[in-house]
Design a protein around this ligand. Structure first.
Ligand SMILES: Nc1ncnc2c1ncn2[C@@H]1O[C@H](COP(=O)(O)OP(=O)(O)O)[C@@H](O)[C@H]1O
Ligand SMILES: [Mg+2]
Length: 468
């Protein structure tokens, strides 16, 4: 309860309640004054009409005529219990006619309205009630008083007062109850979000905010939070996998490197041997750096962090310039390297990653093909750009063509060639980053490795390499 009082929702509800009660009370007060006042005004109007009538009689028939009428009227039984009060007095305020035994208020003898208590006979006996009357001065100081007792008006007024008081009480009760209920209801939804986030903060990222199923704003908030958590969890899993793999793959070569240095130290000092060991160590460190860089590139491509810096580039031009770099390698091995490409293939992408993917495919083809030919093709088919590297080497058995895309997977026969088993993983990660895919096919004989990505809007002209 204490906590409830401190919440914003409760404060808002209380403020709202206050405004609500104030406006209802103002409305009730307005009703009270206009109805209660209406009855009073009506009574006054009735008295006024009566006096006007009597004054006319007086004007026509004089004092004796007026006394006659007053006498008749005050002795006649009142039609429905509500009695009109009459009194005519001489200048000394001595009663001459009427149903009042004496002038009610000696201090009020001027023309105008007076209020006074009267004894009224009812079936239950005599009761005191208040009355209102108008005084009219006749010629020679004679006075005429016409009034009405206010029993009915007062009964009506007290009934209105009671009714309005109940209405006010009910309004406040409903307002407080409703406010508390709504606050509780809202708070319970906010509480659910709070509880979930606390559990997540304590380390359980698998927690999700429960949905009520109503599809309201709270459900939308919960759904968005959950989607955000899913995304974070996915990214974290990806990160963890990358770090696990890096740690796993770097530990073995690092231990090997350390062991070799240790053994060299234990042996008899020999300049030649030391130089050899250092050279081997440098080669191994280079290999480690290569693995490290490859893993980082894959992680980068998979995380999509380079998506923001992508631009429209010419894939055909990238393919030709990568092939140019590999020409010396092909020449050294006595392999023929041919390049076929469309004049221009505009794609929306990352030049560096695309170059690396093509380089990895060319590297594999040149590395694993002992003799023969390698062909690089860059073509556009409809809305798809396709890079294809075909060789005449040993190929990859059909049942291993998916597995080699996994990190660190190398086939049995390839262990003697340098490599880290990350090349194809990067090709696939880059292709998927660009909205395409990578796969292997049989080249009969040899292997056809390829990847695709969607072409960019052809109206956009790619930046040239020098400008990029
Ligand atoms: N053109 C190819 N011909 C034959 N085998 C290949 C070819 N390309 C890839 N492979 C096989 O797939 C494995 C994974 O390739 P990759 O991911 O590039 O790693 P790496 O080249 O470092 O070994 C290679 O070890 C090799 O066994
Ligand atoms: Mg490779």
């Amino acid at each position: 309860m204490n906590r409830l009082l401190r919440t914003n929702a409760f404060r808002l509800a209380a403020l709202y309640l206050l405004l609500f009660v104030a406006s209802v009370l103002a409305l009730l007060a307005f009703i009270y004054f206009s109805t209660a006042g209406f009855i009073e005004r009506q009574t006054e109007a009735t008295i006024d009409a009566e006096i006007t009538g009597l004054r006319e009689e007086y004007g026509e028939r004089g004092l004796s005529g007026l006394l006659d009428i007053i006498h008749t009227r005050s002795t006649a039984p009142a039609p429905h219990g509500d009695s009109t009060l009459y009194l005519v007095t001489d200048p000394a305020l001595q009663p001459l006619a009427g149903n009042l035994s004496a002038w009610p208020r000696a201090e009020q003898i001027r023309p105008g309205w007076i209020r006074f208590p009267v004894e009224v006979r009812t079936r239950q006996g005599t009761v005191t009630s208040s009355a209102i009357a108008s005084v009219f001065v006749l010629h020679d100081g004679f006075r005429l008083l016409v009034g009405r007792d206010l029993r009915d008006a007062e009964a009506f007024r007290s009934r209105i007062t009671r009714t309005l008081a109940w209405a006010a009480l009910l309004t406040v009760a409903l307002g407080v109850g409703g406010g508390l209920f709504m606050t509780r209801h809202m708070l319970s939804r906010v509480e659910a979000v709070n509880r979930t986030s606390e559990r997540i903060i304590r380390g359980d990222l698998s927690q999700r905010v429960p949905l009520s199923g109503s599809g309201d704003e709270f459900d939308q908030l919960a759904a968005n939070l959950n989607a955000m958590l899913d995304q974070i969890e996915r990214l974290m899993l990806g990160m963890r996998q990358v770090t696990d793999n890096i740690a796993h793959d770097l530990r073995t070569p690092l231990s090997r490197l350390r062991a070799r240095l240790e053994v060299t130290l234990l042996e008899r000092p020999d300049a030649q041997r030391y130089a050899d060991a250092l050279r081997e160590t440098i080669a191994e460190a280079d290999h480690l750096l290569g693995t490290f860089n490859a893993l980082l590139s894959i992680a980068e491509a998979e995380a999509g962090s380079r998506r923001e810096t992508m631009a429209v580039v010419d894939l055909a031009e990238i393919a030709r310039s990568v092939a140019e770099l590999y020409e010396p390698v092909a020449d050294d091995k006595g392999l023929s390297l041919t390049v076929e490409s469309d004049a221009l293939i505009a794609v929306h992408g990352d030049r560096h990653l695309l170059s690396q993917a093509i380089a990895n495919l060319l590297d594999n083809a040149l590395k694993y093909t002992p003799a023969g030919k390698v062909a690089l093709r860059a073509h556009r088919q409809g809305g798809t750009a396709r890079i294809e590297v075909a060789d005449s080497g040993p190929g990859v058995p059909a049942d291993r063509r998916e597995a080699v895309f996994d990190r660190f997977v190398r086939l049995e026969g390839s262990r003697s060639t340098p490599g880290n088993g990350l090349g194809l993983s990067l090709v696939r990660a880059v292709a998927r980053l660009h909205g395409g895919d990578a796969w292997l096919e049989d080249n009969e004989p040899g292997l056809k490795a390829m990847f695709t990505l969607p072409v960019a809007d052809s109206r956009i002209v790619p930046a040239t390499r020098n400008a990029a």
